[in-house]
Design a protein around this ligand. Structure first.
Ligand code: ADP
Ligand code: ASP
Ligand code: MG
Length: 411
């Protein structure tokens, strides 16, 4: 009998009606003869509500207690779905992280999974139950509750699928699959029938939140068959797969927009060995991830160093940078929150020249100023002013993916 892991996101379990619909879908899978484990997110908006509550009571709320709080959202959903399944005559048992023994390190809010004990879930399933697992949460060595990062119920699902050696991991969400751009932003975006793990990893890392990036990484490492589908209809979704030759021919498979960016510049830094380390080591030691970095050619022995990072970390990074700037005699520190990162992604870029140049032409035609540029083997990213983020996304989508049917698209 096939074993499937189904994951339902916040909107999919966002109301009593939605939970009834999800239970019905799970019941159908069980009636087909599949053995089923389900992973659920908190009901839509709940995790944000809980974070906001914590912030009302403490400007930088204690990380351990914040995890105790925000992990409750998933507990509620798991219990509600199990209650509904049992009411439908479909035996179901909920599992929280401590019951699943989903062991993590102790980095609250961004804990890494160390192991999962498959035995308890497996025996519940073998006894004819649906296992309903609370996503997003883990337990550390001390037995403290941790969480795996925003959007990380996807990661719970893929990790569980890998541990159970499931035949497929189905990610159910509020769109029909992975699109060439966020369909809620770009009306001409089209659903892809297939996308490679590498491209999906880039898209996820660049802001396409349809799949959380660590979940894609894990799926690639353990070769978990992964499909993204809608919980609102029965349309075919998008399969995340290994690359094949036909896919290499597609130049750009997706365009992403990340509005959660900020930019910090140290102006007039002396141009001598060791200063980049002086700036970035304290930031790394604070656990802050920096994204793009540029250093201008020096004039008069001084240079500007600019970098981008997520908005959530910008306050802490700014404090550190101001301290270093004073120590190294930099001429000033500038900080900008109104920036966005727009990227194009496609494995075809490996073998095609001129993609970046075309991207710059498209932005120039829209009179959008490019503030920073970064490239990798299969992507080009630019930083632009936030207010042009959506316009840039649509213009690039239309130029690279366009109105003609994209290879790999269903439509
Ligand atoms: P869930 O709550 O089910 O985990 P998310 O909100 O995390 O759902 O992810 C789904 C959302 O991802 C969609 O509503 C869509 O707006 C957004 N999204 C961004 N980029 C893409 C893309 N390329 N394809 C599909 N959806 C995308
Ligand atoms: N509820 C968590 C969040 O909102 C995890 C998830 O939805 O995947 O980030
Ligand atoms: Mg999500």
């Amino acid at each position: 009998m096939p074993l499937i892991v189904q994951k339902y996101g916040g909107t999919s379990v966002g109301s009593v009606e939605r939970i009834k619909a999800v239970a019905e879908r799970v019941r159908r899978a069980a009636a087909r003869g599949d053995r089923v484990a389900v992973v659920v997110s908190a009901m839509a908006g709940e995790t944000n509500r809980l974070f906001a509550l914590a912030r009302e009571l403490g400007e930088l709320p204690d990380p351990r207690e914040t995890d105790v709080l925000v992990a409750t959202g998933e507990q509620v959903s798991a219990a509600l779905l199990a209650i509904r399944l049992n009411a439908l005559g479909c035996p179901a048992v909920s599992f929280l992280a401590h019951q699943l023994k989903l062991a993590t390190d102790s980095h609250h809010g961004r804990a890494k999974i160390k192991s999962i004990d498959r035995d308890q879930v497996m025996s519940a399933i073998e006894l004819g139950n649906i296992a309903v697992v609370a996503g997003f949460q883990g337990v550390d060595e001390r037995g403290d509750i941790t969480t795996l990062g925003r959007g990380a119920s996807d990661l719970t699902a893929v990790a569980l699928a890998a541990a159970l050696k499931a035949d497929v991991c189905e990610i159910y969400t509020d769109v029909d699959g992975v699109f060439t751009a966020d369909p809620n932003l770009c009306p001409t975006a089209r659903k892809l029938a297939r996308i490679t793990y590498d491209e999906m990893l880039e898209l996820a890392g660049l802001g396409a939140k349809v799949l959380q990036s660590r979940s894609v990484e894990l799926a690639r490492r353990y070769q978990v068959p992964l499909v993204v589908r809608s919980s609102f209809n029965d349309a075919e979704g998008t399969w995340v797969v290994q690359a094949d030759q036909a896919m290499e021919d597609v130049l750009v498979s997706g365009v992403t927009l990340d509005q959660n960016q900020s930019k910090i510049t140290l102006a007039g830094v002396e141009d001598r060995p060791g200063l980049a380390a002086r700036i970035f080591v304290p930031i790394a030691e604070a656990g802050i991830t920096v994204d793009m970095i540029i250093q201008n050619a020096s004039a008069d022995g001084r240079t500007d160093v600019t970098f981008t990072l997520g908005k959530d970390d910008s306050r802490r990074a700014l404090d550190l940078v101001k301290r270093v700037a004073a120590e190294i005699g930099a001429q000033g520190v500038r900080h900008e929150e109104q920036v966005a990162k727009v990227s194009i992604v496609g494995i075809g870029m490996r073998s095609h020249a001129g993609v970046a140049a075309k991207m710059f032409q498209v932005l120039a035609a829209e009179r959008i100023n490019i503030e920073m540029i970064a490239t990798s083997e299969i992507k080009v990213s630019v930083v632009v002013s936030s207010r042009y983020g959506e316009l840039a996304t649509r213009a690039l989508h239309d130029a690279f993916v366009g109105g003609a049917a994209a290879p790999g698209a269903n439509a």
